[in-house]
Design a protein around this ligand. Structure first.
Ligand code: SAH
Length: 397
C-alpha cells in the first residue's frame, strides 16, 4: 500500500468537488500533511475529514489540486487504462482514428476525459503526449502503457512533448523524447481526406491544431470559386481545406517563416501549386490595415489573447481591434470566419465583441454559423470551463 498524504479543505470548499468539478484552488486548502511535494498524488478530504477523492498537487499555482478520482479508487495503472480506453472508445465511435483519409484526432482532452493535465493527440499511429502538471507527468509510464494496450497496432510511436508546458509551471528538468517507438520528424497524417505533415518535435502545441477540423470542413463547403485570406495560417489547415473546396485563390498569412514553410509544403502535397496559393510573412494587424476588399472570405484565427482571467479585458480589446480592422474593408457579400481560443473569453463575450466591431465598422452583419471545438475535444458536464474554442461565420454587407 503506497503512503498517500492528505490535504484537508476549508469548510464549504468541498462543494465544487462534490459536484465533480476537478479543480481545487489554493485558497480552499485548510491543511496539508507534512512533507507533501509538488506533483504528489494526494488524498483530498473535507473540513470534517471525510474522503472526497484523489488528485495531483501543484505547489505555488492557483489551481492547487487537479482531481483525478472522485471515489475510493486510487489512480494507478489499471485506473489509467480504464480512463484511456473509455476516451479512445469515444473517438473510435466517432470514426476519427482509422477511417479512410481521417486519422488525426485528439485522443485525450484533459478534464473533458476525466484526466486533468493530460492532452494526447493522435497522428496516424503516432501519439503526442503533453502533460501539463508534474503529477500527471509522473504517470507517464501508465499513460503510455494504457495507450498501447488500447490502440494495439494502431499505435506505433508516442512522443512526450511536455517540457515546454512544464517549464512554464516552473519544472525545468524535463526533456522531450520518444517514449514508444519513433517516427520521422515530419510525419504525414490525414484530416477529412487532406494530407498534413506534422512537425512532431518542433511544431507548436502537439504539432497541429486538431481542434479546427470541423470548421475547416465547413470552410471547404463554402469556398467554391472564392478568393480566401487565411490569417494566422500556421500549417495551412484552413488554406488546404479552402483549396479542396474549390477556392480560386488562397493567401496564407503568418508571422512565422517556419509555419509558412510547412503550410506551403502541405498545399503542395495536396496537389496545389503557387498559381492558386501564396504565403505572406507579416504581422496580421499590420497587414489588415492595408485592406481586405479583394477577398471573398477572410479567416481570423489568432493565438489565445487571454491566457488567464486577469487578461480577459485586454484580450477583448484585442479581439475587437482585429475584427474591426477586417470588417472595415471587407467587401459586400463576403464572409468572415473569426475565432477565439481563449478559455477566459466565453461564447457570449466573444459574440458581443464581434458585434460591437461590426457596429463600429458601420456594417450590416449576419451571423450564419456559431462554431465550437469538435467532439474529440469534449467538455465535461462538470467543468464548463473546458469549452474554449468559439467562432462565428459572419456575412458582411
Ligand atoms: N489557424 C491555424 C492555427 C493558428 S495558431 C490552424 O488551423 O492550424 C496561431 C498562429 O498565429 C501561429 O502560427 C503563429 O505563428 C501566428 N501568429 C501569432 N501572432 C501573429 C501575428 N501577430 N501576426 C500573424 N501571425 C501570428
Amino acid at each position: 500500500m503506497v503512503d498517500i498524504k492528505r490535504i484537508q479543505l476549508k469548510a464549504k470548499k468541498d462543494e465544487g468537488i462534490r459536484r465533480r468539478h476537478p479543480w481545487v484552488f489554493s485558497g480552499a486548502i485548510k491543511n496539508l500533511d507534512e512533507g507533501i511535494l509538488d506533483g504528489d498524488l494526494v488524498q483530498v478530504c473535507s473540513n470534517k475529514g471525510g474522503h472526497l477523492g484523489y488528485g495531483h498537487y501543484s505547489k505555488g499555482t492557483s489551481i492547487a489540486i487537479r482531481m483525478i478520482s472522485f471515489d475510493e479508487t486510487i489512480p494507478d495503472a489499471p485506473f489509467f487504462l480504464e480512463k484511456i480506453s473509455q476516451a479512445i472508445a469515444v473517438r473510435r465511435d466517432l470514426n476519427l482514428i482509422e477511417a479512410e483519409g481521417q486519422n488525426i484526432c485528439r485522443l485525450i482532452h484533459a478534464e473533458g476525459d476525466g484526466l486533468p493535465g493530460l492532452i494526447v493527440d493522435y497522428y496516424d499511429r503516432v501519439a503526442v503526449i503533453q502533460t501539463h502538471s508534474l503529477g500527471m507527468h509522473k504517470s507517464l509510464e501508465w499513460i503510455v502503457a494504457g495507450l498501447k494496450e488500447t490502440l494495439k497496432d494502431a499505435l506505433e510511436g508516442a512522443y512526450n512533448k511536455s517540457a515546454k508546458v512544464l517549464r512554464k509551471n516552473g519544472h525545468i528538468n524535463n526533456t522531450d523524447d520518444w517514449v514508444l517507438g519513433n517516427a520521422p520528424e515530419n510525419w504525414d497524417a490525414q484530416e477529412h481526406g487532406n494530407s498534413f505533415a506534422i512537425d512532431l518535435v518542433e511544431g507548436q502545441k502537439t504539432g497541429f491544431f486538431v481542434d479546427q477540423r470541423e470548421n475547416r470542413f465547413l470552410l471547404s463547403q463554402l469556398s467554391q470559386g472564392k478568393k480566401v485570406l487565411n490569417t494566422f495560417s500556421y500549417t495551412g489547415g484552413f488554406s488546404v481545406s479552402a483549396l479542396k473546396g474549390g477556392a480560386s485563390e488562397v493567401h496564407s498569412l503568418d508571422s512565422s517563416a517556419r509555419a509558412l514553410e510547412i503550410g506551403d509544403a502541405n498545399v503542395l502535397a495536396n496537389g496545389y501549386s503557387g498559381d492558386v496559393h501564396q504565403s505572406i510573412q507579416a504581422d496580421a494587424m499590420e497587414y489588415l490595415k492595408e485592406g481586405v476588399a479583394d477577398f471573398d472570405i477572410v479567416i481570423l484565427d489568432p493565438p489565445a489573447f487571454a491566457k488567464s482571467a486577469s487578461a480577459r479585458h485586454a484580450a477583448i480589446q484585442g479581439y475587437k481591434r482585429i475584427n474591426l480592422r477586417a470588417l472595415e474593408t471587407m467587401k459586400p457579400g463576403s464572409l468572415l470566419f473569426t475565432f477565439s481560443c481563449s478559455q477566459a473569453v466565453d461564447d457570449r463575450m466573444f459574440t458581443n465583441t464581434v458585434i460591437a466591431a461590426a457596429i463600429q465598422a458601420g456594417r450590416t452583419a449576419r451571423i450564419l454559423y456559431r462554431l465550437h471545438q469538435p467532439a474529440d475535444h469534449p467538455v465535461s458536464a462538470f467543468h464548463p470551463e473546458g469549452a474554449y474554442l468559439k467562432g462565428l461565420v459572419v456575412r458582411v454587407e
